[in-house]
Design a protein around this ligand. Structure first.
Ligand code: URP
Ligand code: ZN
Ligand code: ZN
Ligand code: ZN
Length: 478
């Protein structure tokens, strides 16, 4: 494979930035050099096949989206991005690895769920991919299987305190799985919302004729997220399990995380772009000529978008600065309005839950740099370096250093990206949750293990470029 020199750019890491050239040899990074050094050293210069001019641009480790749901069967339908379309959209947006969720459903074996996910993904991905395991049926057999998963490169599992009858686990089941987490070092990931209580509130709202998407956000009150987050923290404390709360959206849930972390507990959390930018009032409460009040269905996800008046969005940004939240993933789980979200036209409970954002995470988070919410280095840390460390990929992924995979993005801070269905949109959806967003920045070039897969407005990758990532244990725990 070819040797590539990325020259003239500013290499940004989680800890600093410096003018440097990056020499890529085959699939890996060979050297990070003084600007111009490779071209002066005659033997290296002679062997460089391709030079990418990164003058005026940032050179960053490829994004790692640690929370995606390609082809997830959910809400009576299936998430509309396949591993092929979803990972290609990811690549367009500067993400070079995903960690998706293999699903064990109630009454089925973990082994079979995992095998099904391998089959969906193998040979179809544009970028490298790993799996977390969703545990939807805790029993003696599934607990025994869980213990063996680290040997297969799966070092984290997700449980749900929400969705009774679908993925839900009760406290006794969570406790047992957390004991496995403690024994093996696997990270317990938690969907922290009090599902049984939410379902009662949702049913009562529907009985009152409150069936619009807005009431999805009313039923899933922040108290239900705070309570579940606290309960998960206490169960983790009791068992000694390391805990990672997914898709945090309520400021009160962040307060719980901060409280536990201040006591030294191994508790972490992610938020998602939708909880930083979007709100209950503006999106879930939206109406349009085409859809009326059903417009809000475009943004039905769980945890839900929160009230801007209550200040949740600002507190998410703040938590990203103070490290009470450590990462930003998308929870990419797209559904089309036609035939999918439409299932809930007369009852918000039947709207499949999820938003598609995988293509825009790097850009949306870079906006946080532009507006002064986070630093340039924190951008890299939140979107690449910490995901790599949290989920056992660091060294190979998440950093530009000799020996690491050459997953590299050349990002143009003077470029511009207009988001919209008829503009930059490669996700398999019939709407964009980010329609009209204007980004001061642009993904120019994307390398995945040394191969240029995005070059300006050209896609040069292919399905099957991406390989399964056998992950190690978390490198982030205290
Ligand atoms: O609304 C969401 N988040 N859909 C995906 C499933 C989950 O809970 O992560
Ligand atoms: Zn969830
Ligand atoms: Zn999810
Ligand atoms: Zn550009």
């Amino acid at each position: 494979m070819a040797t590539t020199l990325i020259s003239g750019g500013t290499v940004v890491s989680a800890t600093g930035r410096a003018a440097a050239d990056v020499l890529v040899d085959g699939e890996t990074i060979r050297a990070v050099l003084e600007p111009g050094a490779a071209l002066l050293g005659t033997d290296v210069a002679a062997s460089v096949d391709r030079v990418i001019d990164a003058t005026g641009r940032y050179v960053i480790p490829g994004g790692i989206d640690a929370h995606t749901h390609m082809q997830l069967p959910f809400g009576g339908t299936e998430a509309s991005d396949t591993f092929e379309t979803g990972t290609r959209a990811a690549a367009w947006g500067g993400t070079t690895s995903i960690i998706d969720f293999a699903v064990q459903t109630y009454g089925h074996r973990i082994e079979d769920g995992l095998a099904a996910w391998h089959e969906k993904a193998a040979g179809n991905c544009a970028i490298d991919y790993g799996f977390h395991q969703i545990v939807g049926d805790v029993n003696e057999a599934s607990l025994a299987t869980l213990r063996r998963l680290p040997d297969e490169g799966i070092t984290s599992f997700k449980m749900f305190m929400a969705y009774p009858g679908v993925f839900y686990s009760d406290d006794a089941q969570i406790l047992k799985a957390m004991q496995v987490s403690r024994d093996t070092g696997m990270l317990t990931m938690m969907h922290a919302e009090n599902g049984p209580a939410i379902d009662v509130l949702a049913a009562q709202l529907v009985e009152q004729g409150k069936t619009d998407p807005f009431y999805h956000g009313v039923a899933r009150a922040w108290e239900m997220e705070e309570e579940a987050t606290h309960r998960a923290i206490m169960l983790a404390k009791l068992t000694g399990a390391p805990l990672y709360i997914v898709h945090v959206s309520a400021k009160q849930a962040v307060e719980q995380l901060a409280w536990a972390r201040d006591k030294g507990q191994n508790v972490y959390g992610e938020t998602c772009p939708q909880y930083l930018y979007l709100s209950l009032e503006e999106q879930l409460g939206a109406s349009s000529e085409q859809w009326g009040h059903f417009e809000g269905a475009k943004w039905v996800c769980s945890t839900p978008l929160r009230s801007r008046e209550e200040g949740h969005q600002q507190s998410m940004w703040q938590a990203l600065r103070t490290n009470d939240l450590q990462m930003v993933s998308t929870d990419h789980c797209p559904f089309c309005m036609k035939d999918q979200k439409e299932l809930g036209l007369s009852d918000f409970r039947r709207i499949p839950n999820g938003i598609g954002s995988i293509e825009h995470r790097m850009d949306l988070m870079y906006q946080g740099v532009v507006t002064g919410e986070i630093t340039l280095e924190r951008w890299v840390e939140l979107t690449s370096t910490t995901p790599a460390r949290m989920f056992g990929l660091y060294g190979t992924k998440g950093v530009i250093q000799p020996g690491a995979d050459a997953d590299i993005v050349v990002y143009d801070p003077n470029g511009h990206t207009s988001i919209g269905l008829d503009k930059t949109h490669h996700m398999n959806m019939d709407y964009s949750a980010w329609e009209g967003y204007e980004i001061d920045g642009h993904v120019d070039t994307v390398l995945s293990r040394g191969k240029v897969i995005v070059d300006g407005d050209q896609y040069l990758g292919a399905k099957g470029d991406g390989r399964f990532l056998k992950r190690g244990l978390s490198q982030y725990l205290i």
